[in-house]
Ligand binder design. Sequence first.
Ligand code: ATP
Ligand code: MG
Ligand code: FE
Length: 351
Amino acid sequence: MLVLGIESSCDETGVALVEWEGATLPRLASHALHSQIAMHQAYGGVVPELASRDHIRRVLPLAQTVFDEAGKRLADVDVVAYTRGPGLAGALLVGAGVACALGAALNKPVLGVHHLEGHLLSPFLSADPPEFPFVALLVSGGHTQLMRVDGVGDYDMLGETIDDAAGEAFDKSAKLMGLPYPGGPWLAKLAEQGDAMAFKLPRPLLHSGDLDFSFAGLKTAVLTQAKKLGDELEARKADLAASTQAAIVEVLLKKSLSALRDTGLKRLVVAGGVGANRMLRQQLDAACAQRGVRVHYPELHLCTDNGAMIAMAAAMRLQAGMQRPTDVYAFDVKPRWPLYSLQESSQATEP
Ligand code: ATP
Ligand code: MG
Ligand code: FE
């Protein structure tokens, strides 16, 4: 089986081909990505209208690239998958529209994929894929969730952020320090030259006794600290970045360990853009090694948005018999779409 996957939920246009036979784990045949980051940087964030227009420009040439690289033709595709949500409505409509048009033209069924399920299952594309069941730490630009995962589509929420996501905490703090958008990777880089103990920043909900997160207060504390530093901020920026990163990482680490303890599971899967953070990886690796827990990550270049994870999520759903693709090409997108609602709709015939 060959699945073409299209991702266009935000500021990355991603297209990929994933292939499998029988019960073998689907594998990536090829993928291509165009990031709009440079285009949005001038505005300090994503401009939805510009994002949609750029997806339209990029998606078909990217598709051509993945077919060329995999040595496949459009006619070889069995199912066309696209990100149905959550994300920016106009941006999602581009991927959905192109996917359904291709499906209709090729007379092949289509399948709408949940973007977060894409992130969640992306570690299955790595050289060291996980096995079910596991605890998942999903840390992206818009989400921070701990889940118990027993299989494809079998997700139990253990805790989530009550305000900002971890990626947002990185990005907003970075913005306060005058770093480019999206600030996460920039802040992480600057932090390497700083002292993580330099500033005392809060670890919100660290001792709350549950698995929920909160990062809004941390951002406020960084703002207060930046104001206090005034002219000195420039000279102390690396220290502030290091202290901010340490606060975010400590909360993510401790809550993940609590989730592992509570569930008794010995496997942790980290997914989403913040999963690329080196300090987070180092600390999780060290703490989990001590506890006999295996940790799995997506390949570094597949942590942030991409088409491979969408094609993979579709492939794993199809393989698990969780969802039938549809040949009804009337589509809608779901800009807001909680992951837990997948549970109920998994067996449904709707796209
Ligand atoms: P969602 O998936 O929740 O809809 P999104 O698609 O915007 O949101 P991702 O693409 O998964 O999120 O991840 C982007 C986020 O990851 C940004 O907030 C970015 O700053 C952050 N990020 C990427 N690399 C790093 C890093 N090395 N350290 C910290 N944060 C990082
Ligand atoms: Mg992005
Ligand atoms: Fe994402």
